[in-house]
Design a protein around this ligand. Structure first.
Ligand code: CA
Length: 613
């Protein structure tokens, strides 16, 4: 009786007298022991939680700081000692010595060697998938309760139902194609009313969108990819988040996002960030302007935001077992924060690589973002890899125009002569198209040009990336804008008449390009010389561009013939590289090349020869 009465009083005080506290969000949702950096900052959100006094109890875990920027948030800095064992940390929230809420926070054990995890290298062949448009492995998740946008395959800008299961089911296909690294556009929740398929308006940074799958199914996809020798790179977005995020109803702090008196767009001029003559006004608009009305701009100068994002990236690396990160709209974020992020990430994972989407048109602008460039303003990015946008623009033109002093293949040659500005040009991911750029086939216009471009990507310096569908000549059909670059992969939906996965219903041209790419990617997988070899190229003459990759005594020779006519290429000019080599093997056909003094190259084609003595 006495006990009951006491409980009654306690309840009464909890409900009526004390501030009512309900915990709604705790992020990161859990953490690990044995990390390089001992402190994790946990964000707790819930009505009145910021008004409570917080204590934690667990062996080896200390609450070193508790900060409440507002009544509904508290940020807890937990210091985890080196000796701490995996444990459930009990977090108590008190109001005048009475416990008003409690949370069990889990510290898990790390997987073995996770700090030393490897990342992608120049040995990798990349493939980019837009998951909503690749394969619908589970029609049951196309529409999910609570998710605003429903699937509608008739809407070119709507959701089409592709998902994680669709990717997992076709990892064999990618493996056979010769792919060793996979980048998927963002898979995190985008609970937005429209255009949610592309994934760049994230509304929960710790949750896979239920229309794609679950956190666990993402982790399983990666484990399965690893079993097939395929690495996985996660697409992250630190510049902005979707306005459908729960934060927008109750921001942790007013300056959690960059605020403007009225909606202000970024000027999208990424070059402003590296420009020594840039105005403050242009710079502010570039970095603090919003990417879109639906994309709130993170203020990374706010330390809580900075910690949140840094930890979010580490959480996914650790949880999912990532092999790399692709970071979206890199120059739109605060550049000092980005350097801090990269530094912290590399302290946690010294061998880990991140490729930045630094969309800049010239090598000088792009090089600024690569670690160790040594720019005059002293900026050090710590960023390991970038996409080679300047070379992409050259590839779009090189095979499509008449040869001239500075046109045709000379565009490729000229672009590579500028590699002097990069600390290591082989750290670049090279590509001819992606989800934002016109597809390769409509740009290249013929299968001959396609094959030359593919050959170039597979043999020059850097790591080649191919966009889903390129292998089978995907085009835009009658669709305009982004929709035309992001068509459904034929074969990914039940009832598709053309199926690229099985080869069913594909045309002769599609088959030819598919086989060519498959042959070259698989060859590249086995050729250390082309992955790592020193590049030597010769000035293009007469529509012929010749280059070599050299590793020790091994050498690969590449000849690109941009002429419509077949050519017999006299090789005297290349004797400094050819000296001592007597024959070779054609990497595509496997045929022996018996004579090297004159080499035949068909019109509009590439010849790749592994030389031997
Ligand atoms: Ca689905």
């Amino acid at each position: 009786m006495k006990k009951l009465a006491l409980l009654f009083v306690f309840c009464l005080s909890g409900i009526f007298l004390r501030a009512q506290v309900t915990i709604e969000h705790v992020e990161p949702p859990f953490w690990w022991t044995g990390m390089q950096q001992p402190v994790v900052q946990v964000m707790v959100h819930g009505k009145n939680v910021g008004k409570t006094q917080v204590s934690v109890s667990a062996p080896g875990v200390k609450l070193v700081k508790s900060q409440s920027p507002g009544s509904d948030y508290v940020f807890l800095d937990l210091e985890i000692s080196k000796e701490a064992k995996p444990v459930t940390v009990i977090i108590e929230f008190k109001d005048e010595n009475t416990t008003v809420a409690r949370w069990n926070y889990e510290l898990k054990a790390r997987e073995n060697g996770s700090s030393q995890r490897k990342s992608f290298t120049t040995a990798d062949n990349f493939y980019l998938i837009m998951p909503d448009r690749f394969a619908n492995g589970d029609a049951g998740n196309d529409d999910m309760p609570g998710m605003l946008e429903k699937a509608d395959r008739n809407n070119p800008n709507g959701r089409h139902g592709g998902d994680i299961k669709g990717i997992t089911d076709h990892l064999d296909y990618l493996q056979q194609l010769g792919i060793t690294a996979l980048w998927c556009t963002p898979l995190l929740e985008n609970n937005m009313p429209a255009y949610s398929y592309h994934g760049y308006a994230i509304t929960n940074l710790y949750k896979i969108d239920p229309r794609f799958g679950t956190n666990e199914s993402y982790r399983e996809m990666i484990a399965e990819a690893h079993r097939k020798g395929i690495k996985v790179v996660m697409d992250m977005v630190f510049n902005h988040f979707g306005t459908g995020h729960w934060w927008m109803n109750d921001l942790p702090q007013k300056d959690w996002v960059n605020q403007w008196p009225e909606f202000t767009r970024s000027n999208y001029r990424a070059a402003v960030v590296t420009d020594p003559y840039a105005s403050d006004n242009d710079m502010k608009k570039m970095a603090d302007g919003w990417f879109d009305v639906t994309m709130a701009d993170f203020n990374q100068k706010n330390n809580f935001v900075a910690n949140y994002l840094i930890q979010n990236s580490i959480w996914w690396v650790e949880y999912a077992g990532l092999d790399g990160i692709r970071q979206d709209t890199y120059p739109y974020s605060d550049k000092d924060f980005m350097a801090l992020w990269m530094k912290r990430l590399r302290e946690e994972y010294p061998n880990f690589n991140v490729v930045g989407e630094n969309w800049l048109n010239t090598p000088a602008q792009l090089a600024y973002w690569m670690d160790q460039t040594g720019s005059r303003d002293g900026y050090r990015s710590y960023l390991t890899n970038v996409f080679d946008f300047p070379l992409m623009f050259a590839i779009q033109k090189a095979f499509n125009e008449n040869e001239g002093w500075d046109t045709g293949l000379t565009r490729l040659y000229d672009m590579l002569t500028m590699d002097v500005v990069y600390p290591d040009p082989s750290d670049m991911i090279i590509f001819a198209d992606n989800h934002d750029i016109e597809r390769m086939y409509p740009v290249q216009k013929s299968i001959e040009n396609m094959k030359m471009a593919i050959a170039f990507l597979c043999t020059t310096r850097g790591m080649p990336l191919f966009y889903y569908g390129t292998e089978a000549l995907s085009d835009r059909g009658s669709l305009e804008g982004d929709a035309g670059k992001r068509k459904d992969f034929p074969g990914g939906w039940e009832g598709d008449k053309v199926n690229i996965f099985t080869g069913e219903g594909i045309s002769k041209d599609q088959k030819e390009v598919y086989n060519y790419m498959k042959t070259l990617l698989n060859w590249r997988k086995g050729s250390e010389t082309v992955q790592k070899g020193k590049l030597t190229h010769f000035i293009p003459e007469d529509g012929i561009y010749v280059y070599f990759r050299t590793l020790g005594n091994d050498q690969v020779m590449v000849l690109l013939n941009n002429n419509k006519k077949d050519k017999k290429v006299e090789t005297d000019r290349f004797s400094e590289k050819l000296g001592g080599y007597k024959r070779g093997i054609d990497a595509v056909t496997g045929a022996t090349v018996r004579k090297l003094d004159k080499i035949e190259v068909e019109g509009k084609s590439a010849r790749i020869i592994e030389l031997s003595k």
